[in-house]
Design a protein around this ligand. Structure first.
Ligand SMILES: NC(=O)c1ccc[n+]([C@@H]2O[C@H](COP(=O)([O-])OP(=O)(O)OC[C@H]3O[C@@H](n4cnc5c(N)ncnc54)[C@H](O)[C@@H]3O)[C@@H](O)[C@H]2O)c1
Length: 332
């Protein structure tokens, strides 16, 4: 059991890699409120979700380090004294990974290997929580997808995330390091970037509707997905970090509320109160990497961590729209 696990989050020395982004900054709010000492490590790379507006409320309570996981020495400096590391930095766009595969390998494989190697050499007792992605599974062979489902990822991002996930679990298996993986599904909520729709499409749709710009639906929109509210996702990581039983495990999580893509878009329009939809053919190459039907079983994470999704899509959309109604200009 690591030191922080026995004493909760108060005074835990926590590093969030990718901490200025969407998941990292939302989790930082929760950790600061719990009394943790939080350092945010982020390379501030475009077109990703880093934004100083994400930490407005906690700017005085966190340390920010602008550094890149591809720089091994920089990683070493910041992992050595930590109790807990949330490893969230990533090249996160499926389509960009196809356009720039080597950048994806550099960030999603080499960057993660740097984090693990730095920890192995300097702080091998540190608890590391890695954010995997549902797209490591690829097209579902059965539903709901669980932790026993085989993996057949359909794009470069998802293949490299799967490699990084395996690195984390291997470092537990071979070196006994306390690592845990949570495979995150489509997540939305306050503090997601809205500059473009390369990833995080639900948030991008909210922007389009708020600005009265039409929302483009590729194909018929019949794909089935789950959309998890960010506080629920952060809660899963928070619980995993405090629960020794999660060490060496991987979990899938979802909202428990599968919906058609077109239904999600219509619900965005209703939550915003304006906007419109336009159907359009898929851009070249996009359809082949788009999974048709996906939702997961939360049984394992619920058994191990007592985690359940608590926010419905309706409630989550209302909260998200309320956030951007006052802060939209900081995100577009
Ligand atoms: N949000 C989702 O729907 C979702 C779904 C599945 C998985 N994930 C995973 O969750 C993690 C966080 O994603 P997010 O939604 O917060 O994305 P985000 O783009 O908001 O945040 C990622 C952050 O990582 C930083 N970053 C990128 N490369 C870096 C590097 N080499 N060194 C240091 N910092 C770097 C970026 O500047 C950005 O601030 C990622 O690992 C992603 O794969 C997210």
């Amino acid at each position: 059991m690591t030191a922080h696990a026995s004493r909760g989050m108060e005074d835990a020395n926590v590093l969030i890699i990718g901490g200025l982004g969407f998941l990292g900054s939302n989790l930082a709010h929760r950790l600061v409120a719990s009394g943790a000492r939080v350092t945010l490590f982020d390379a501030c790379l475009d077109p990703y979700g880093w934004n100083y507006a994400n930490i407005t409320e906690i700017a005085r309570d966190v340390e920010v380090v602008v550094a890149d996981t591809r720089n091994f020495e920089a990683v070493c400096v910041h992992v050595a004294d930590k109790d807990l590391i949330f490893n969230f930095a990533a090249q996160v766009s499926h389509s960009l990974s196809m356009e720039r595969p080597c950048t994806d390998i550099e960030i999603n494989c080499r960057g993660n290997m740097n984090v693990l190697e730095a920890c192995r050499r300097l702080n091998d007792g540190v608890t590391i929580l890695f954010a995997g992605t549902r797209s490591e599974t690829g097209e579902a062979q059965y539903l709901p997808v669980d932790e026993d489902h085989p993996d057949n990822p359909s794009d470069i991002y998802s293949i490299n995330k799967l490699a990084a996930e395996k690195y984390h679990l291997m470092y537990h298996h071979v070196y006994g390091m306390p690592t845990t993986v949570i495979r995150v599904g489509n997540t939305y909520g306050p503090r997601h970037q809205m500059k473009h729709g390369q990833y995080g499409v639900l948030n991008y749709f909210i922007r389009r509707a708020m600005l009265d710009e039409p929302i483009l639906i590729y194909g018929d929109g019949e794909q089935i997905r789950e959309y998890c509210y960010v506080d629920d996702v952060c809660d899963a990581f928070y619980r995993a970090a405090q629960t020794p039983k999660s060490i060496g495990e991987y979990f899938v999580i979802g909202s428990g509320e599968p919906v058609k893509f077109i239904e999600m878009a219509n619900r965005v329009l209703r939550a915003v109160g304006k906007g419109s939809l336009i159907h359009t053919p898929y851009p070249e190459g996009r359809e082949k990497i788009d999974v048709q039907k996906f939702f997961v079983a939360n049984d394992k994470i619920s058994e191990y961590l007592g985690w359940h999704p608590t926010i419905t899509l309706k409630e989550g959309l209302e909260k998200t729209v309320a956030f951007y109604q006052t802060r939209l200009m900081e995100y577009i």
